[in-house]
Design a protein around this ligand. Structure first.
Ligand SMILES: NC(=O)c1ccc[n+]([C@@H]2O[C@H](COP(=O)([O-])OP(=O)(O)OC[C@H]3O[C@@H](n4cnc5c(N)ncnc54)[C@H](O)[C@@H]3O)[C@@H](O)[C@H]2O)c1
Ligand SMILES: O=P(O)(O)OC[C@H](O)CO
Length: 317
């Protein structure tokens, strides 16, 4: 039997542990604080799916495993990686490290160059995966064999795992969709309507495509699960923490206030400024990301953010 350890017992870590357990693997769950996982109020629908008794939950790092599935928010990823055993790693967090502007696979290469890594992304709400509802995602690795090797034991007819070698495009898609979801939520919260949100999602995809090209990724990846797939899900559903964050801001809440009512992490809040820095470094124009980063930092009000986007001259599509 394959031994798989899931590191991180938040919403996504618990859902992945449940799914992987159903594939027949022997699952261990590493939790920073085993008694405090899924704090009250977090993901109520996930609470309907308790972990089976044979999933061991512990705060002790295992010495061996066949696969490490790492589900720690991006800003804390580097602090957990040094403790991983020698085994391939599947990174499942979506964002960019603020201090270094590294994507998850770059963080792994920096902190644990001895470990093979892959990255999981796609339109996946934790509570639906926990409920065993059908879904699909993509696993990206530099070597296709690595992506296939990691996908094989955790893929199932209900969680279809496609593979890719475009690590840049898949990681960028996963990071950028959270920023665009904050913008989409703010658009709806401010009462600007569904036409405006659809335009914003489309132009958000366009700026992410420009950035993907500049970073050496493939724009076609953004037509896939990690691009438009995740944008569609995250920018249209109040089940998304990033969308809900935007919704609250659009309705006039302050950032700190909105953050305290969220059930879990909204990676887009820290990703916005990091994504903007990367875009500036590569001379790529990203008006939506720039506006959201300024809005989140407090240098633009909601009305100014709206004016800034609406006053841009429409160009050739
Ligand atoms: N929830 C989803 O539906 C979903 C789906 C796909 C991807 N993701 C991604 O997965 C990642 C985790 O999201 P989540 O929903 O599980 O978040 P969450 O807020 O529910 O849980 C985060 C977990 O990380 C742990 N953690 C935080 N700081 C830590 C540290 N310094 N050391 C060790 N552990 C720490 C917390 O204790 C908690 O268990 C994010 O990058 C998110 O974008 C989430
Ligand atoms: O709740 P969010 O906004 O972090 O989104 C969760 C997943 O990334 C959706 O694919």
């Amino acid at each position: 039997m394959t031994n798989i350890t899931v590191f991180g017992a938040g919403a996504w870590g618990c859902a992945l542990a449940l799914h992987i357990h159903k594939t027949g693997a022997n699952v261990r769950l590493w939790a920073r604080n085993p008694s405090a996982r899924l704090p009250s109020g977090a993901m109520p629908r996930l609470r309907d799916h308790p972990l089976p008794a044979d999933i061991t939950v512990s705060d002790t790092f295992p010495v061996t495993t066949d696969l490490s599935v790492v589900v720690i928010p991006v800003q804390h990823l580097a602090s957990v990686l040094p403790h991983l055993p020698q085994a391939p790693v599947l990174l499942c967090c979506k964002g960019i490290e603020q201090t270094t502007l590294d994507f998850p696979l770059e963080i792994l290469a920096r902190v644990r160059p001895d470990l093979k890594g892959a990255f999981l992304s796609g339109p996946n709400f934790a509570h639906e995966i926990a409920a065993g509802l059908p879904a699909a995602a993509v696993i990206a690795a530099t070597q296709h064999e690595t992506a296939q090797h990691i996908a094989e034991p955790i893929s199932s007819p209900l969680f279809r795992l496609y593979t890719s070698t475009d690590c840049t495009g898949v990681q960028l898609g996963g990071a950028a969709k959270n920023v665009i979801a904050i913008a989409a939520g703010a658009t709806m919260g401010a009462g600007l309507g569904e036409n405006a949100r659809a335009a914003l999602i489309t132009r958000g995809l366009a700026e992410t495509g420009r950035l993907a090209t500049a970073l050496g990724g493939q724009p076609a990846t953004l037509s896939g699960l990690a691009g438009i797939g995740d944008l569609l899900l995250t920018c249209t559903s109040p089940a998304s923490r990033n969308y809900r964050m935007g919704l609250a801001l659009g309705q006039g809440s302050r950032k700190e206030e909105a953050l305290t009512t969220l059930p879990g992490v909204a990676e887009g809040v820290t990703t916005a400024s990091a994504l903007l820095s990367i875009a500036r470094r590569h001379n790529v124009h990203v008006p939506i990301t720039e506006t959201i980063a300024s809005f989140l930092s407090g240098s633009l009000t909601l009305a100014q953010a709206q004016d800034k986007l609406l006053s841009r001259p429409p160009g050739f599509e």
